[in-house]
Design a protein. Structure first.
Length: 187
C-alpha cells in the first residue's frame, strides 16, 4: 500500500513539473511572437510592365497581383501567376512564358518562375517544367528541373536545359524520348 501511494505521489510530482515547464516555454513563445517585424510592401493589381532596351520594347510582364518588397535586396513577387511575352524587332510576339508563381530579384535582374511553367516559341515548340530562371543580363533561360519539349508531335525529356530568350536555340541535358523524322531528314 505504501509503495502504491509513493508511486502515485511521484507521478503527481512528475506531471506538475512537466506542466510548469510547459508554461515557461509557452510564455517564451508568446513573448517571441509578440515581437513582430514589419516589411514595407507595395501591392498592385492588374499589372503590365514593359521591358525595353535602347527604347526598343523587348518584353511585357503581365500579372494579376504584384507585391514589391522594399528590403535590403528588393524583390517582386507574383503569387497569382505571371505571363511574360517577348517581342522581335517588328514588335511581334516571338515567345511566351506562363507560370503559376513568379519572383523577380531586382538587384540580380533575375526572374524565377515556378509551378506549371509553360513556354512557347514562334515554331510552336512547347517547353514545360516546374522551374524556369530568366537571367536578364545574359538573356538566357535555365532550369535544373525536369523539362519536356514538344515539337511537331515529338516529345523529348531532359534533366535540365538552357535556352536563349526567344527559345529559338536550346540545349537539353540527359535527353530521352521517341522522335519521328521525315524520310528526307533521316539517317
Amino acid at each position: 500500500m505504501k509503495l502504491r501511494a509513493c508511486t502515485y505521489y511521484s507521478l503527481f510530482i512528475l506531471v506538475i513539473s512537466a506542466l510548469v515547464a510547459c508554461e515557461n516555454d509557452l510564455r517564451d513563445v508568446e513573448e517571441i511572437s509578440s515581437k513582430k517585424t514589419s516589411v514595407p510592401v507595395d501591392k498592385s493589381s492588374g499589372v503590365e510592365i514593359i521591358y525595353s532596351d535602347s527604347t526598343k520594347v523587348k518584353a511585357k510582364l503581365i500579372t494579376p497581383e504584384l507585391l514589391y518588397f522594399k528590403v535590403n535586396n528588393p524583390y517582386y513577387e507574383m503569387k497569382k501567376g505571371v505571363t511574360i511575352i517577348f517581342y522581335n524587332a517588328a514588335l511581334q510576339e516571338n515567345s511566351r512564358v506562363v507560370a503559376d508563381y513568379g519572383l523577380r530579384r531586382e538587384n540580380e535582374k533575375r526572374v524565377e518562375l515556378r509551378r506549371n511553367v509553360v513556354a512557347t516559341n514562334e515554331k510552336n515548340e512547347t517547353f514545360k517544367s516546374d522551374e524556369l530562371i530568366w537571367d536578364e543580363n545574359t538573356k538566357r533561360f535555365t532550369s535544373s528541373k525536369m523539362v519536356s519539349i514538344t515539337s511537331q508531335g515529338n516529345t523529348i525529356y531532359g534533366t535540365s536545359f538552357w535556352a536563349n530568350e526567344n527559345f529559338t536555340y536550346y540545349e537539353i541535358s540527359q535527353s530521352t524520348g521517341d522522335i519521328t523524322l521525315p524520310e528526307d531528314e533521316g539517317f
